[in-house]
Design a protein around this ligand. Sequence first.
Ligand code: 5GP
Ligand code: ZN
Length: 304
Amino acid sequence: MGETATAQGLAEQLVRSRALIPTGAQGVYGHGEDFSFAIEGLSRAINRLFGRQAERMRFPPVTPRADLERIGYFRNFPHLLGTVHCFCGDERTHRDLVKTHDAGGDWTGAQAASDLVLTPASCYPVYPAMAARGVVPEQGYTVQVQSHCFRREPSTDLARMQSFQMHEFVRIGSPEQAWAFREEWTERGRDFFAALRLSAELEAANDPFFGRAAGVMGQGQRQQQLKYELKVAINDAAATTACMSFNAHLDHFGKALELRTPDGEAAHTACVGFGLERIALALFRWHGVDPAAWPSDVFDLLDG
Ligand code: 5GP
Ligand code: ZN
């Protein structure tokens, strides 16, 4: 396995080869031919290898705001949440808005929060959808879901995107079912990265909570071993980047959404997420900017 580019060099090469199409906004890229090959190939491979026993769901990249309010996302991650705002004024307000814009001012004052937010993780729409079905059956649910996700984190770091795609597997059921799922998946995740010929390290992690409570919340998550990440060197060998995460939520979603198991208890949930852009970046970083020159087994896995 040979390193092919430095972080800065990788960004430049991927733009030059038209794999990535810069939009002018930090962390927001279009995908050209080669990046699409990688992203779509990864999604297909994940589906082929692991999707058979999971119910497939696909949601658009927006979620009802009320659902994220019930789940409490805005309490823990207000800095990441993108809310959808829309114009809802009258013709006079519109005339003022155009006038303000034309005079070089800020025309967005008349925009008001709508009932939608941008989905921050692919699994969020799954829990309300399952709660709407009533009591969780004895065998629980296993779902696979993929969507565009948004997190408000503008950055010049190529691996820190504001808009990215996450393919997730989600388990809903008893505490034992949720834990067993998370355990099984850490092995599967390692095997998947080995098949991609990427060296990945499993590390305990925590979510990026907001504000003063962040330290305590993060520590609690680590103490209870609720989050692990598979990390790969994308930018530099010293600071690896999370390409996949393995999360136990205990009964957080079960309680918030009144999602119950047949014994009347709040359901436990777990999810594992593949960050498709980051895995693609790791492939370009370690195997070169031209997918046709990748190791043939890796190419075939994605081309299948
Ligand atoms: P988590 O929900 O654990 O924060 O994210 C799940 C996975 O999504 C991460 O392991 C990572 O691969 C991907 N991800 C999270 N944040 C970003 C980001 O800012 N940019 C990109 N490209 N992927 C991300
Ligand atoms: Zn998730």
